[in-house]
Design a protein around this ligand. Structure first.
Ligand SMILES: [Zn+2]
Length: 449
């Protein structure tokens, strides 16, 4: 046995015994933009060195063949294409913005190849998981060991020959976001995990891991298999952000409605379920080939997450499946802000203005403005300013809170003193709470709209 090592950092695996694993944290390729390097199809460059015991054409064919193993899983969206030959310069000094397959004669003894994925700031939500977006993968093969084609490793006289196809398939599996089905130091009772291409080790003169097994395929379908998507639109002037009541609608694009099963026997999705995330009943729409938009009205302030589940039964995709897509924080319904503050004299006409406005849902209030003695031109935009007035006495202070639910002012007179407030607090009014205390402390309060 020799190691099919990986150079992936932080390969802490989830404590589950269900076979295939995502790398931790989960990462995957996005499949929505063929013109981009960081999207499927993977556009890989190869180093121009030819590994020991190989010829150049076999090398190129087997690299493509290794990618195609992942692409030929039923329902898989994985595709890869050769994008050119580079001078062979293997190193790990990434991140690289393109995928590179190179060859290195001086890898540690026993390491056939190693893989790294590089992620960028993107997020790929897919079937309920938020994946980091893979920008590129780098795989380095040990060019100094004996490599062979599928025929070579099955030759009865095979001696010490490593399957280039099996190793490539394993390493590209890492580059697609998969960890090992079992690690060297963990119990591995299930044959499906031990025989997986993503098992941590492989044998020489053994072609059995050149083909993905059911465990590898289940992982592929989870990350690159059946997926649904939807369009969320607000029907009001400000889209999906605004004051309640807020009307939205969910549309399932026709490409998902009309998608066929792998064998062409029917539509892949038999129904769609929409969850608007506000506790209302989920809306289930049967897919008879015509799925009208589903609309909904939000009535109270919050951030909501809309989830659409596509349900289907496709033998080739592993039978019954749920494909889930969420749009997080897509809808922000906001009430009109209710600005409020308290004032504390610090001495020498200096006043601390304490913002007590309820903030509501995150993001609803976008701006606070303090207007002192009616002077809008010198208004302060600090959340909680401390201000020194020119002279003691009565001063008028307005706090304006503005955001997606509108804008409102709270104006009151405060008594500015040359000496600090001593031992006096807003609770002076007794047990009836801060607002009454504030009232007693500050004198006349009025609220203007
Ligand atoms: Zn590995």
């Amino acid at each position: 046995m020799n190691r099919l090592a990986t150079g992936l950092l932080a390969l802490a695996l989830l404590p589950v015994l269900v076979g295939w694993k995502f790398l931790d944290p989960p990462r995957k390729w996005a499949d929505d933009d063929p013109s981009r390097e960081d999207a499927l199809p993977i556009k890989y460059r190869t180093g121009n060195e030819t590994p020991f015991n190989m010829n150049d054409q076999d090398k190129l064919d087997l690299v493509q063949g290794s990618y195609d193993r992942w692409g030929s899983v039923p329902c898989s969206s994985v595709r890869a294409e050769h994008a050119g030959v580079l001078n062979n310069q293997p190193n790990w000094d990434g991140p690289y913005d393109y995928t590179m397959i190179s060859f290195e004669g001086n890898l540690d003894t026993g390491i056939n190849a190693a893989a790294k994925t590089f992620t960028n700031a993107g997020v790929v939500p897919y079937n309920g998981v938020n994946f980091y977006r893979i920008a590129s993968m780098e795989v380095i093969f040990n060019s100094g060991i004996r490599w062979g084609t599928p025929e070579d490793v099955r030759d009865p006289n095979c001696f010490n020959v490593n399957s280039f196809l099996a190793t490539g398939t394993h390493e590209f599996g890492h580059g697609l976001g998969f960890g090992h089905s079992c690690e060297s130091d963990e119990p591995c009772p299930e044959a499906s995990r031990r025989l997986a291409t993503m098992y941590w080790a492989g044998s020489r003169c053994d072609g059995s891991r050149e083909d993905l097994n059911e465990d590898d395929m289940a992982g592929t379908q989870a990350a690159y298999g059946a997926a649904v998507d939807f369009v969320l639109e607000g029907l009001g002037p400000n889209g999906t952000v605004g004051a309640a009541p807020l009307d939205v609608q969910v549309t399932i694009p026709d490409e998902f409605v009309q998608q066929m099963t792998v064998d062409g026997s029917g539509r892949r999705f038999t129904e769609f379920e929409v969850n608007f995330g506000d506790g209302s009943d989920h809306v289930v729409v049967e897919n008879d080939g015509d799925v009208p938009p589903v609309s909904h009205t939000y009535t109270s302030e919050s951030q909501y997450t809309v989830t659409v589940t596509g349900r289907g039964d496709d033998e080739a995709c592993g039978g019954e499946f749920d494909a889930e897509r969420r749009q997080v924080a897509a809808v922000l319904v906001c009430d009109t802000p209710v600005p409020a503050f308290e004032a504390t004299n610090l001495g020498d006409n200096k006043v601390e203005l304490v913002n007590t406005t309820p903030l509501g849902a995150f993001g609803c209030i976008t701006e606070f403005t303090w207007i002192l003695d009616g002077d809008e031109a010198s208004a302060l935009s600090t959340y909680e300013p401390t201000w020194t007035f020119d002279e003691p006495g009565t001063h008028t202070v307005t706090l304006r809170a503005a955001g997606h639910g509108g804008s409102d002012d709270f104006t009151t007179d405060i008594e500015v003193t040359a000496s600090a407030d001593g031992g006096c607090s807003a609770s002076v009014g007794g047990g009836s709470g801060g607002f009454l205390g504030l009232f007693l402390l500050l004198g006349a309060l009025r609220k203007r709209r």
